[in-house]
Design a protein around this ligand. Structure first.
Ligand code: FNR
Length: 342
Protein backbone atom coordinates (compact mmCIF):
# COMPACT_ATOMS: atom_id res chain seq x y z
CA UNK A 1 0.00 0.00 0.00
CA UNK A 2 1.26 3.48 -0.79
CA UNK A 3 1.94 5.20 2.54
CA UNK A 4 1.17 8.77 1.50
CA UNK A 5 -2.22 7.91 -0.02
CA UNK A 6 -3.10 5.57 2.84
CA UNK A 7 -2.26 8.27 5.37
CA UNK A 8 -4.65 10.68 3.63
CA UNK A 9 -7.49 8.15 3.98
CA UNK A 10 -6.84 7.92 7.72
CA UNK A 11 -6.71 11.70 8.05
CA UNK A 12 -10.08 12.09 6.30
CA UNK A 13 -11.71 9.74 8.79
CA UNK A 14 -9.97 11.30 11.79
CA UNK A 15 -10.79 14.91 10.84
CA UNK A 16 -14.35 14.13 9.68
CA UNK A 17 -15.00 12.65 13.11
CA UNK A 18 -13.28 15.57 14.88
CA UNK A 19 -15.54 18.01 13.01
CA UNK A 20 -18.70 15.93 13.51
CA UNK A 21 -20.20 18.21 16.14
CA UNK A 22 -19.63 21.50 14.30
CA UNK A 23 -23.08 23.00 13.78
CA UNK A 24 -24.00 22.81 10.12
CA UNK A 25 -27.31 23.40 8.40
CA UNK A 26 -28.55 20.81 5.94
CA UNK A 27 -31.50 23.12 5.20
CA UNK A 28 -34.13 20.52 6.05
CA UNK A 29 -35.36 22.51 9.07
CA UNK A 30 -36.56 25.08 6.55
CA UNK A 31 -39.11 22.58 5.32
CA UNK A 32 -42.21 21.85 7.37
CA UNK A 33 -44.65 19.00 7.06
CA UNK A 34 -48.05 19.59 8.60
CA UNK A 35 -49.63 16.91 10.83
CA UNK A 36 -52.16 14.42 9.50
CA UNK A 37 -54.34 13.95 12.55
CA UNK A 38 -56.48 11.21 11.04
CA UNK A 39 -53.88 8.99 9.37
CA UNK A 40 -56.27 6.03 8.69
CA UNK A 41 -53.46 3.51 8.35
CA UNK A 42 -51.70 0.82 10.43
CA UNK A 43 -47.90 0.59 10.78
CA UNK A 44 -47.87 -2.85 9.17
CA UNK A 45 -49.31 -1.41 5.95
CA UNK A 46 -46.30 0.84 5.37
CA UNK A 47 -43.92 -0.36 2.66
CA UNK A 48 -40.86 1.84 2.25
CA UNK A 49 -39.07 -0.35 -0.27
CA UNK A 50 -37.50 1.63 -3.11
CA UNK A 51 -34.66 1.56 -5.62
CA UNK A 52 -31.03 2.60 -5.59
CA UNK A 53 -29.78 3.26 -9.14
CA UNK A 54 -32.82 1.41 -10.44
CA UNK A 55 -32.15 -1.73 -8.36
CA UNK A 56 -34.63 -2.82 -5.72
CA UNK A 57 -33.85 -2.36 -2.05
CA UNK A 58 -36.06 -3.02 0.96
CA UNK A 59 -34.77 -0.03 2.94
CA UNK A 60 -34.66 3.57 1.69
CA UNK A 61 -31.30 4.61 3.24
CA UNK A 62 -27.76 3.26 3.03
CA UNK A 63 -24.17 3.71 4.20
CA UNK A 64 -22.58 6.12 1.74
CA UNK A 65 -18.95 6.21 0.51
CA UNK A 66 -16.20 6.72 3.09
CA UNK A 67 -13.55 4.21 3.71
CA UNK A 68 -10.75 1.98 2.41
CA UNK A 69 -7.12 2.20 1.31
CA UNK A 70 -5.23 1.90 4.63
CA UNK A 71 -5.03 -0.78 7.35
CA UNK A 72 -7.28 1.15 9.72
CA UNK A 73 -9.88 2.00 7.05
CA UNK A 74 -9.91 -1.70 6.09
CA UNK A 75 -11.04 -2.46 9.64
CA UNK A 76 -13.56 0.35 9.43
CA UNK A 77 -14.93 -0.98 6.11
CA UNK A 78 -15.35 -4.40 7.71
CA UNK A 79 -17.32 -2.96 10.64
CA UNK A 80 -19.57 -0.87 8.40
CA UNK A 81 -20.19 -3.86 6.12
CA UNK A 82 -21.01 -6.18 9.01
CA UNK A 83 -23.62 -3.67 10.22
CA UNK A 84 -25.00 -3.28 6.68
CA UNK A 85 -25.21 -7.05 6.31
CA UNK A 86 -26.98 -7.52 9.65
CA UNK A 87 -29.57 -4.81 8.92
CA UNK A 88 -30.04 -5.42 5.18
CA UNK A 89 -29.05 -1.93 4.02
CA UNK A 90 -26.80 -1.17 1.06
CA UNK A 91 -23.26 0.13 1.46
CA UNK A 92 -20.86 2.11 -0.72
CA UNK A 93 -17.10 1.77 -0.27
CA UNK A 94 -14.80 4.79 -0.30
CA UNK A 95 -12.91 5.67 -3.46
CA UNK A 96 -11.21 2.62 -4.97
CA UNK A 97 -8.85 4.81 -7.02
CA UNK A 98 -6.01 3.96 -4.61
CA UNK A 99 -6.50 0.23 -5.32
CA UNK A 100 -6.48 0.84 -9.07
CA UNK A 101 -3.08 2.54 -8.70
CA UNK A 102 -1.74 0.18 -6.03
CA UNK A 103 -3.45 -3.23 -6.39
CA UNK A 104 -2.28 -4.41 -2.96
CA UNK A 105 -4.86 -1.99 -1.52
CA UNK A 106 -7.70 -4.05 -3.09
CA UNK A 107 -8.19 -6.16 0.05
CA UNK A 108 -9.23 -3.00 1.88
CA UNK A 109 -12.34 -2.87 -0.34
CA UNK A 110 -12.85 -6.61 -0.90
CA UNK A 111 -13.51 -6.94 2.83
CA UNK A 112 -16.85 -5.23 2.17
CA UNK A 113 -18.04 -7.87 -0.30
CA UNK A 114 -16.67 -10.65 1.93
CA UNK A 115 -18.68 -9.29 4.88
CA UNK A 116 -21.90 -8.92 2.90
CA UNK A 117 -21.70 -11.72 0.28
CA UNK A 118 -25.32 -11.32 -0.82
CA UNK A 119 -25.68 -7.66 0.09
CA UNK A 120 -26.09 -4.54 -2.03
CA UNK A 121 -22.54 -3.23 -2.56
CA UNK A 122 -21.72 0.03 -4.31
CA UNK A 123 -18.21 0.76 -5.59
CA UNK A 124 -16.72 4.25 -5.84
CA UNK A 125 -14.20 6.06 -8.05
CA UNK A 126 -13.16 9.65 -8.70
CA UNK A 127 -14.38 11.31 -11.89
CA UNK A 128 -10.90 11.38 -13.48
CA UNK A 129 -10.91 7.60 -13.93
CA UNK A 130 -11.47 5.92 -17.30
CA UNK A 131 -13.66 3.02 -18.42
CA UNK A 132 -10.94 0.44 -17.84
CA UNK A 133 -10.55 1.55 -14.20
CA UNK A 134 -14.32 1.54 -13.72
CA UNK A 135 -14.47 -2.09 -14.90
CA UNK A 136 -11.61 -2.99 -12.54
CA UNK A 137 -13.36 -1.31 -9.62
CA UNK A 138 -16.56 -3.26 -10.23
CA UNK A 139 -14.72 -6.55 -10.65
CA UNK A 140 -12.70 -5.95 -7.47
CA UNK A 141 -15.79 -6.14 -5.24
CA UNK A 142 -18.49 -7.57 -7.53
CA UNK A 143 -20.23 -4.22 -7.20
CA UNK A 144 -23.94 -3.96 -7.89
CA UNK A 145 -23.62 -0.25 -8.72
CA UNK A 146 -20.70 2.16 -9.23
CA UNK A 147 -20.56 5.68 -7.81
CA UNK A 148 -18.42 8.26 -9.62
CA UNK A 149 -17.68 11.28 -7.43
CA UNK A 150 -17.36 14.89 -8.57
CA UNK A 151 -15.12 16.64 -6.04
CA UNK A 152 -13.54 19.62 -7.82
CA UNK A 153 -13.84 21.81 -4.72
CA UNK A 154 -12.00 19.30 -2.56
CA UNK A 155 -9.30 18.68 -5.19
CA UNK A 156 -8.56 22.36 -5.75
CA UNK A 157 -7.95 22.89 -2.02
CA UNK A 158 -5.55 19.94 -1.81
CA UNK A 159 -1.99 20.91 -2.85
CA UNK A 160 -1.58 17.37 -4.22
CA UNK A 161 -5.09 17.39 -5.78
CA UNK A 162 -6.16 17.37 -9.45
CA UNK A 163 -5.71 20.52 -11.52
CA UNK A 164 -7.30 19.18 -14.68
CA UNK A 165 -11.06 18.84 -14.61
CA UNK A 166 -11.92 17.42 -18.05
CA UNK A 167 -14.17 14.73 -16.64
CA UNK A 168 -17.31 14.73 -18.76
CA UNK A 169 -16.18 12.53 -21.66
CA UNK A 170 -14.78 9.91 -19.30
CA UNK A 171 -18.06 9.77 -17.39
CA UNK A 172 -19.98 9.50 -20.67
CA UNK A 173 -17.78 6.56 -21.74
CA UNK A 174 -18.28 4.81 -18.42
CA UNK A 175 -22.05 5.30 -18.39
CA UNK A 176 -22.38 4.06 -21.97
CA UNK A 177 -20.26 0.96 -21.60
CA UNK A 178 -20.69 -0.54 -18.15
CA UNK A 179 -23.13 -3.30 -17.42
CA UNK A 180 -23.92 -1.98 -13.92
CA UNK A 181 -25.71 1.33 -13.24
CA UNK A 182 -23.64 4.41 -12.42
CA UNK A 183 -24.49 7.03 -9.81
CA UNK A 184 -22.73 10.37 -10.28
CA UNK A 185 -22.33 12.00 -6.87
CA UNK A 186 -20.97 15.05 -5.12
CA UNK A 187 -19.07 14.76 -1.84
CA UNK A 188 -20.98 17.40 0.12
CA UNK A 189 -21.29 20.59 -1.94
CA UNK A 190 -24.53 19.88 -3.84
CA UNK A 191 -25.20 19.56 -7.59
CA UNK A 192 -26.63 22.53 -9.49
CA UNK A 193 -29.34 22.44 -12.20
CA UNK A 194 -26.72 23.53 -14.79
CA UNK A 195 -24.66 20.45 -13.91
CA UNK A 196 -27.76 18.23 -14.07
CA UNK A 197 -28.37 19.53 -17.57
CA UNK A 198 -24.86 18.43 -18.61
CA UNK A 199 -25.28 15.05 -16.91
CA UNK A 200 -28.58 14.51 -18.71
CA UNK A 201 -26.85 15.09 -22.07
CA UNK A 202 -24.40 12.27 -21.39
CA UNK A 203 -27.19 9.90 -20.33
CA UNK A 204 -26.53 9.82 -16.61
CA UNK A 205 -29.70 8.55 -14.92
CA UNK A 206 -28.70 8.31 -11.26
CA UNK A 207 -27.43 11.26 -9.24
CA UNK A 208 -26.53 11.61 -5.56
CA UNK A 209 -26.95 15.34 -4.92
CA UNK A 210 -24.79 15.15 -1.75
CA UNK A 211 -25.30 18.64 -0.38
CA UNK A 212 -23.61 20.95 2.08
CA UNK A 213 -24.50 20.71 5.75
CA UNK A 214 -22.81 17.55 7.00
CA UNK A 215 -19.28 16.34 6.33
CA UNK A 216 -17.46 19.32 4.83
CA UNK A 217 -14.46 18.44 2.65
CA UNK A 218 -13.38 22.06 2.31
CA UNK A 219 -13.09 22.30 6.07
CA UNK A 220 -11.47 18.86 6.29
CA UNK A 221 -8.79 19.73 3.71
CA UNK A 222 -8.22 23.13 5.30
CA UNK A 223 -7.61 21.47 8.63
CA UNK A 224 -5.45 18.72 7.11
CA UNK A 225 -3.06 21.02 5.30
CA UNK A 226 -1.20 23.69 7.08
CA UNK A 227 0.28 25.40 4.05
CA UNK A 228 -2.32 27.61 2.43
CA UNK A 229 -5.64 28.21 4.13
CA UNK A 230 -8.50 28.29 1.63
CA UNK A 231 -11.29 28.64 4.18
CA UNK A 232 -13.34 30.99 1.99
CA UNK A 233 -14.63 27.74 0.44
CA UNK A 234 -15.84 26.34 3.76
CA UNK A 235 -19.34 27.73 3.29
CA UNK A 236 -19.57 27.34 -0.48
CA UNK A 237 -22.20 25.03 -1.97
CA UNK A 238 -25.86 24.06 -1.87
CA UNK A 239 -27.37 22.21 1.06
CA UNK A 240 -29.44 19.09 0.50
CA UNK A 241 -32.79 20.90 0.83
CA UNK A 242 -31.73 23.40 -1.86
CA UNK A 243 -30.23 20.65 -4.02
CA UNK A 244 -33.44 18.60 -3.94
CA UNK A 245 -35.61 21.62 -4.71
CA UNK A 246 -33.32 22.56 -7.59
CA UNK A 247 -33.33 18.91 -8.70
CA UNK A 248 -37.11 19.04 -9.17
CA UNK A 249 -36.47 20.90 -12.42
CA UNK A 250 -35.07 17.58 -13.69
CA UNK A 251 -37.27 15.18 -11.73
CA UNK A 252 -38.30 13.22 -14.83
CA UNK A 253 -34.72 12.74 -15.98
CA UNK A 254 -33.02 11.31 -12.89
CA UNK A 255 -33.52 9.08 -9.91
CA UNK A 256 -32.02 11.05 -7.02
CA UNK A 257 -30.14 9.99 -3.95
CA UNK A 258 -30.13 12.59 -1.16
CA UNK A 259 -27.13 12.90 1.14
CA UNK A 260 -25.20 15.48 3.12
CA UNK A 261 -25.85 16.08 6.81
CA UNK A 262 -28.59 13.49 7.31
CA UNK A 263 -28.84 13.02 11.08
CA UNK A 264 -32.23 11.47 11.89
CA UNK A 265 -35.40 9.77 10.64
CA UNK A 266 -37.24 13.05 9.94
CA UNK A 267 -34.33 14.18 7.71
CA UNK A 268 -34.71 10.92 5.74
CA UNK A 269 -38.48 11.34 5.40
CA UNK A 270 -38.16 14.98 4.28
CA UNK A 271 -35.66 13.98 1.57
CA UNK A 272 -38.08 11.30 0.32
CA UNK A 273 -40.93 13.87 0.32
CA UNK A 274 -38.70 16.18 -1.73
CA UNK A 275 -38.29 13.60 -4.46
CA UNK A 276 -35.29 11.48 -3.45
CA UNK A 277 -35.68 7.75 -4.12
CA UNK A 278 -33.18 6.91 -1.38
CA UNK A 279 -30.88 8.56 1.16
CA UNK A 280 -27.14 8.14 1.82
CA UNK A 281 -25.55 8.63 5.22
CA UNK A 282 -21.82 8.85 5.94
CA UNK A 283 -20.72 11.13 8.81
CA UNK A 284 -23.43 10.02 11.25
CA UNK A 285 -22.71 6.32 10.75
CA UNK A 286 -18.97 6.93 10.95
CA UNK A 287 -19.43 8.70 14.29
CA UNK A 288 -21.55 5.85 15.66
CA UNK A 289 -19.30 3.02 14.56
CA UNK A 290 -16.20 4.76 15.96
CA UNK A 291 -17.90 5.43 19.30
CA UNK A 292 -20.11 2.34 19.67
CA UNK A 293 -18.71 -0.28 17.31
CA UNK A 294 -20.79 -2.62 15.13
CA UNK A 295 -23.49 -3.28 17.74
CA UNK A 296 -24.10 0.45 18.23
CA UNK A 297 -24.36 1.02 14.48
CA UNK A 298 -26.75 -1.93 14.07
CA UNK A 299 -28.97 -0.46 16.79
CA UNK A 300 -28.91 2.99 15.18
CA UNK A 301 -29.86 1.57 11.77
CA UNK A 302 -32.68 -0.51 13.30
CA UNK A 303 -33.95 2.57 15.18
CA UNK A 304 -33.91 4.60 11.95
CA UNK A 305 -35.78 1.85 10.09
CA UNK A 306 -38.42 1.78 12.80
CA UNK A 307 -38.71 5.58 13.04
CA UNK A 308 -38.93 6.21 9.29
CA UNK A 309 -41.84 3.74 9.16
CA UNK A 310 -43.40 5.37 12.22
CA UNK A 311 -43.25 8.84 10.64
CA UNK A 312 -44.72 7.52 7.38
CA UNK A 313 -47.53 6.03 9.46
CA UNK A 314 -48.44 9.25 11.27
CA UNK A 315 -48.41 11.00 7.90
CA UNK A 316 -50.84 8.40 6.57
CA UNK A 317 -48.49 7.29 3.77
CA UNK A 318 -48.40 3.68 2.58
CA UNK A 319 -45.31 4.14 0.42
CA UNK A 320 -42.77 6.61 -0.91
CA UNK A 321 -44.91 7.78 -3.82
CA UNK A 322 -47.58 8.85 -1.31
CA UNK A 323 -44.94 10.77 0.66
CA UNK A 324 -44.29 12.80 -2.50
CA UNK A 325 -47.91 13.98 -2.55
CA UNK A 326 -47.69 15.69 0.84
CA UNK A 327 -47.75 19.49 0.61
CA UNK A 328 -44.59 21.02 2.08
CA UNK A 329 -44.28 24.45 3.65
CA UNK A 330 -41.01 26.17 2.76
CA UNK A 331 -39.35 28.94 4.79
CA UNK A 332 -39.27 32.34 3.10
CA UNK A 333 -35.54 31.90 2.41
CA UNK A 334 -36.04 28.56 0.70
CA UNK A 335 -39.06 29.80 -1.23
CA UNK A 336 -37.00 32.76 -2.41
CA UNK A 337 -34.23 30.34 -3.51
CA UNK A 338 -36.80 28.23 -5.40
CA UNK A 339 -38.28 31.26 -7.14
CA UNK A 340 -34.88 32.41 -8.40
CA UNK A 341 -33.95 29.08 -9.97
CA UNK A 342 -35.39 29.40 -13.45
C1 FNR B 1 -16.48 10.67 2.41
N1 FNR B 1 -17.13 10.86 1.20
C2 FNR B 1 -16.66 10.25 0.06
N2 FNR B 1 -17.39 10.27 -1.10
C3 FNR B 1 -16.97 9.62 -2.20
O1 FNR B 1 -17.67 9.64 -3.21
N3 FNR B 1 -15.77 8.95 -2.19
C4 FNR B 1 -14.98 8.88 -1.08
O2 FNR B 1 -13.93 8.26 -1.08
C5 FNR B 1 -15.42 9.56 0.09
N4 FNR B 1 -14.66 9.56 1.23
C6 FNR B 1 -15.21 10.03 2.41
C7 FNR B 1 -14.52 9.85 3.61
C8 FNR B 1 -15.10 10.23 4.80
C9 FNR B 1 -14.37 10.00 6.09
C10 FNR B 1 -16.40 10.81 4.81
C11 FNR B 1 -17.07 11.20 6.12
C12 FNR B 1 -17.06 11.04 3.62
C13 FNR B 1 -18.32 11.75 1.08
C14 FNR B 1 -19.62 11.06 1.45
O3 FNR B 1 -19.90 9.96 0.63
C15 FNR B 1 -20.81 12.05 1.43
O4 FNR B 1 -21.02 12.49 0.11
C16 FNR B 1 -20.54 13.27 2.30
O5 FNR B 1 -19.80 12.89 3.44
C17 FNR B 1 -21.82 13.93 2.79
O6 FNR B 1 -22.59 13.06 3.62
P1 FNR B 1 -22.55 13.11 5.22
O7 FNR B 1 -21.20 12.66 5.68
O8 FNR B 1 -22.80 14.53 5.64
O9 FNR B 1 -23.62 12.14 5.65
Amino acid sequence: MDQRHAHRKDEHVFIAEKQFNIQNDNGLDQIRILPNNLPEIAVEEVDYSTTIAGKKTAIPFFINAMSGGSPSTTKLNKKLALAANKTGIAMATGSQSIAIKFPDASASFQVVRESMPNGFVIGNLGAGNDLHSAKEAIKMISADVLEIHLNAIQEIIMPEGDRNFYWRDKIAQIVANLDVPVIVKEVGFGISPATLKKLKKINVKYVDLSGWGGTNFARIENQRLHTENFDSLDNFGMNIAESLIAGQLYKNDFSFTASGGIRNAMDIVKCLCLGADNVGISGLFLHTVLKEDVAGLVKQIEDLKHQVKAIMTILGCHNISELRQIPLILSSGLLNFKNQLN
